[in-house]
Ligand binder design. Structure first.
Ligand code: PLP
Length: 393
């Protein structure tokens, strides 16, 4: 079944046709193990190395700094544990209060193990200031971990400025760039990150491949122990088709960023205006005056339940995300990001995340009119909400 209106691209994206075509021969023809010393193994190995070069080029890193892993979560976990294991004498870490669970859950475990964890709060626009990081840094800070762009709001952090502060303070610096790569330019060299992470399935690549970039010369401890794959940095037989698809996805990503800024951001801004017309003062745009990724629009609706709106839209074949952390319909809990941005309480549960992609642009067959079913459905939902309110009065 084809989803008629797919607007949850921060959750995952459609695989690009060119990515799929690049991958197929590595399932059916060149399926040999890249560790094999025979010719067929070398073909697979060369393909992995070709992808490594493409990935390195996109983020301005060296090919030898790229490690392919199983997903963004694995890359984040590996980076955090590596920073900890490399500095056993340091017992403090700094994370933002808006991190993805791939980071925040590791921070929780570290806390249980006796580490001190400073959670830095954003301002109401969702931005973390470098000054806050400077104030939180201590001589025993092992790591500063900040996401480049937020998965819910799309708010982009001042990662280079934070990097300068973290490095002056002598801490390792980890950036979760999973929602930034392929949406805004990401320059690993300039970011000053020791570890940077992203995931192929967010950029029209396949699921099952994460990328961990480790700065040359920086201490690194692998998470998985076993074979000598990935230059002894990540044990386990390489997902060759996935890695080939990741290479192709990164090759296409620079062009995609142009399309997102040229065609998709104006569409997002148009949607924003339409939603304000429908909901008036009962709608907030989260991070509206902060720099945001060009595809993301997170709204909060007063006295609403984002999960119920998601379900209402899903019944009409329209797919959106929400900002709540609980999967149950009735008792949805606002996410850490929403709470820490100090979204007023009567808006906190009514979050809906709309995330577009290049497939919404005319170059890829998308039309503004394709979004009308969403606006139509939300208008119906709003009318029902107003009727319910009136009945309660
Ligand atoms: N970090 C961020 C900011 C994300 O948005 C995601 C996925 O939603 C991840 C990490 C985890 O990536 P993966 O799904 O590849 O494990």
């Amino acid at each position: 079944m084809k989803t008629s209106v797919y607007l949850d691209n921060n959750a995952t994206t459609r695989v690009d046709d060119q990515v799929l075509q690049a991958m197929i021969p590595f399932f059916t023809e060149h399926y040999a193990n890249p560790s094999g010393l025979y010719k067929a193994g070398k073909i697979a190995k060369d393909a992995v190395e070709g992808s490594r070069e493409m990935v390195a080029e996109l983020v301005n890193a060296k090919p030898k700094e790229i490690i392919f892993v199983g997903c963004g979560t694995e890359a984040d976990n590996t980076a955090l544990w590596s920073a900890i294991k490399c500095q056993p004498y340091k017992k403090h870490i700094i994370v933002s209060s808006c991190e993805h669970p791939a980071v925040s859950k590791v921070a929780e475990v570290l806390k249980q193990q006796g580490y001190e964890v400073t959670k830095v709060l954003p301002n109401q626009q969702g931005i973390i200031s470098p000054d806050q990081i400077a104030r939180a840094l201590r001589p025993d800070t092992a790591l500063v971990s900040i996401m480049w762009a937020n998965n819910e709001t799309g708010v982009v952090q001042p990662v280079e400025e934070i990097g300068k502060v973290a490095k002056q303070g002598g801490a390792f610096y980890h950036i979760d760039a999973t929602q930034a790569v392929g949406k805004v330019p990401v320059n690993f060299q300039r970011s000053l990150a020791d570890y940077l992470v992203f995931s192929a399935h967010k950029i029209h690549g396949p699921k099952g491949v994460g990328v961990l970039v480790v700065r040359e010369g920086v201490c690194y401890q692998p998470l998985l122990l076993g074979g000598a794959q990935e230059n002894k940095c990540r044990a386990g037989t390489e997902n060759v088709p996935g890695i080939v698809g990741t290479g192709m996805a990164t090759k296409l990503a620079a062009q995609n960023i142009l399309v997102l800024f040229r065609d998709v951001a104006p569409l997002r801004d148009w949607l924003q205006v339409q939603l304000k017309n429908i909901f008036g003062a009962d709608l907030m745009i989260l991070g509206e005056s902060a720099p945001r990724t060009p595809n993301t629009l997170m709204v909060a609706i007063r006295d609403a339940n984002g999960r119920q709106i998601q379900e209402f839209l899903s019944q009409r074949d329209i797919v959106v995300g929400t900002g709540s952390a609980c999967s149950c319909l009735k008792k949805s809990t606002p996410s850490d990001t929403i709470v820490s941005m100090q979204v007023p309480e009567d808006f906190q549960r009514g979050t809906v995340r709309i995330s577009l992609s290049k497939y919404n642009s005319p170059q890829y067959g998308g039309r503004q009119d394709d979004l009308l079913p969403l606006l139509h459905a939300l208008t119906i939902w709003r009318q029902a909400q107003l009727l319910r309110r009136k009945a309660r009065q």
